[in-house]
Design a binder for this molecule. Structure first.
Ligand SMILES: Cc1ncc(COP(=O)(O)O)c(C=O)c1O
Length: 469
């Protein structure tokens, strides 16, 4: 490694700016929809004994960019995130430059204070009086931590002695909840079949009476209900469970109340739309992913707990003397609150971005997403070929194309979506509502404007018509 380069070339900045500029050019495909063999032809995957030159390295970077999906393109509507803010990108670059780990204040002093500041700020926005929290690897991680704290609070000996309970632990989520709750139950030895799916209304919100009925039913069966996970922004319909109506039930049945705001938690930043999160201040914990609606580069996800002490009680371990030392600023160490040991700094990019746009900037961004989604909903309603599949709750619009000539609407819509992606014109995902395929349009790019939404629907209609021919 003697000849290792240590400083950045101007070429690097040019590669980055050229890439970003190309996102805006009308002819740039959002995806090339490459098959694995095509990527193998484009990228030299081999690693030689001797290594390669810096020029070869730049070529490898260009090849990688060429073969990747342009997730910052204005026609990229495929996931619950799209693109990123420039301060967010800067944050990620300078995070790598300082290359530290979040376990101790000593090794990450500025990052620790920034993370603590953001936990405090986000916790107080949620309405938690004495919040604690930690940046995590995503919503799935947050849902797992919530279920684990709930389990350990219900059975305090479990941390050291393992499962001894004679009753089956039972958790409740809606039938629209993210699959990560099942995974959490699997990891925690609770078992995914003990995550009970509670019925939702047509908009996709958990029905409080159904929750109460279901909890009672399992209690009568001798099970031990311990956890209810609500969703603030469901993955397909973008629905918000009524936290204000469910919080009293959680208290009544002594259930840990967790809110999965991975996707939609950021709406709390908008005075206009925060009513969707009404009652979340009564939750015991909440997960919020700024890498989704706040447009931070992946990963940026914050797990918040209403009352201090829960994280340390659940996640601290013995045998840590080698890393957590007894010194003046030991109380600042975040490691004992985390499930991880080494942990990337994900707070800096969020802090930079929020500092730049301010609270108002983010409130406006949320409102813009809602306005664009309303515009998209109007478009669906105005086009004869399209059908709205569910009432719009937030920033996702679920619709399908109704073909004249074929009976299998599901197969048609699957084909339409794939043809659209292959054309490189627009990239959108699909899901299911009951057993019907729904195209799920998600608007989460702050550069997207009404014209881009209109262009998306032009692309959908022209692709649908060309298949119908
Ligand atoms: C409602 C909801 N919860 C949790 C998750 C999982 O989040 P992550 O991908 O950050 O693990 C998602 C992912 O889209 C989600 O939509």
């Amino acid at each position: 490694m003697a000849g290792e380069e240590r400083f950045l070339d101007q070429k690097v900045l040019k590669i980055i700016n050229d890439y970003l500029k190309k996102n805006d050019l009308p002819d740039t495909p959002v995806t090339k929809y490459l098959y694995p063999h095509e990527i193998r032809e484009k990228i030299d995957l081999a690693i030689s004994r001797e290594g390669c030159s810096l020029d070869d390295l730049y070529k490898a970077i260009q090849d990688y960019l060429e073969a990747s999906v342009r997730t910052g393109h204005k026609q990229y509507f495929n996931q619950l995130w799209s693109g990123f803010t420039l301060p967010g990108l800067l944050g990620d670059i300078f995070t790598s430059l300082t290359n530290t780990s979040m376990y101790t204040y000593e090794v990450a002093p500025a990052a620790t204070l920034i993370e603590r500041f953001l936990v405090e700020k986000m916790g107080s926005i949620v309405g938690f009086k004495k919040p604690e929290g930690i940046f995590v690897t995503g919503g799935s991680h947050g849902n797992l931590m919530a279920m684990m704290i709930a389990r350990n609070n219900a059975f305090p000996d479990i941390k050291e002695e393992g499962h001894k309970a004679d009753k089956t632990l039972t958790a409740f989520v809606s039938d629209q909840a993210h699959y990560s709750f099942d995974k959490a139950a699997n990891i925690l030895g609770i078992g995914s079949q003990n995550v009970i799916k509670v019925k939702t209304d047509s908009a996709g919100r958990m029905i409080p009476e159904e929750l109460e009925k279901t909890v009672k039913h399992y209690q009568e069966q001798g099970k031990a209900p311990f956890f209810v996970g609500l969703t603030a922004g469901t993955t397909v319909k973008g629905a918000y469970d009524p936290c204000d109506e469910i919080a009293p039930l959680a208290r009544k049945y002594r259930l840990w109340l967790h809110v999965d705001g991975s996707f939609g938690g950021s709406v709390i930043l908008s005075p206009q739309h925060r009513r969707l999160m009404k009652g979340c201040e009564e939750a015991n914990s909440l997960i919020w992913n700024p890498h989704k609606m706040m447009r931070l580069p992946l990963i940026c996800s914050v797990f918040l707990v209403r009352e201090e002490g829960n994280l340390r009680n659940t996640f601290s371990a013995s045998g840590t003397e080698y890393i957590f030392h007894d010194h003046d600023f030991a109380a600042y160490d975040l490691g004992p609150l985390s499930m991880q040991c080494g942990r990337r700094v994900d707070a800096f990019k969020l802090w930079l971005s929020w500092k730049y746009y301010g609270d108002n900037g983010y409130a406006e961004l949320m409102d813009k997403f809602f306005d664009l989604a309303a515009h998209a909903e109007d478009k669906v309603n105005s086009l004869d070929e399209l059908e709205l599949m569910a009432p719009r709750n937030s920033v996702t619009v679920c619709f399908r194309y109704l073909p004249r000539s074929t009976e299998n609407i599901n197969a048609f819509n699957l084909r339409l979506r794939e043809e659209l992606a292959k054309s490189g014109k627009s990239f959108v995902n699909y899901g299911y509502i009951d057993s019907e395929v729904t195209i799920r349009l998600v608007i989460l790019n702050h550069e997207t404007e009404k014209e881009d939404v209109d262009r998306f629907f032009d692309n959908v209609i022209s692709t649908g018509r060309s298949i119908e021919k």
